[in-house]
Design a protein around this ligand. Structure first.
Ligand SMILES: [Zn+2]
Ligand SMILES: [Zn+2]
Ligand SMILES: [Zn+2]
Length: 123
């Protein structure tokens, strides 16, 4: 059973497949939301992404460090957003958006409807 499934991006009709979904584990949300590599380097990040394989937290591609992307190159391709209210993940290898399959629903009651149809600010 996988926790995530590929989701269609608004404005993009083609829906690809991701062969990494089995790598995604039910990693717990970090207690402290920080990109430690940025903290060490004294730099700032824009958004945070969490590796779905090991729970590593890094910053997004809009951040100067792009540490989540750097971590993905090590073989952990899936990362989810840990921004409050955001429930989506990203496969760096396939460049696909993922959404929860519903297996995790109930653990945290976040209303996803407010994000429906709003493709801005993703990634
Ligand atoms: Zn993939
Ligand atoms: Zn960083
Ligand atoms: Zn990882």
């Amino acid at each position: 059973m996988s926790f995530w499934q590929v989701t269609a991006v608004p404005g993009r009709s083609v829906q690809g497949t991701c062969g990494h979904l089995a790598e995604a584990l039910d990693v717990s949300v970090p207690a402290v939301r920080q990109c430690w590599e940025c903290v060490r380097a004294g730099s700032r990040w824009v958004h945070l992404r969490q590796c779905l394989t090991c729970g590593h937290v890094g910053c997004c591609d809009s951040s100067p460090g792009r540490h989540a992307h750097g971590h993905a190159r090590a073989g952990h391709d899936l990362a989810r957003s840990v921004e409050p209210g955001e429930r989506w993940a990203w496969c760096y290898a396939d460049e696909l958006f993922l959404e929860p399959t519903g297996v995790l629903d109930g653990a945290e009651a976040v209303d996803g409807s407010q994000n429906a149809g709003d493709g801005s600010g993703l990634k």
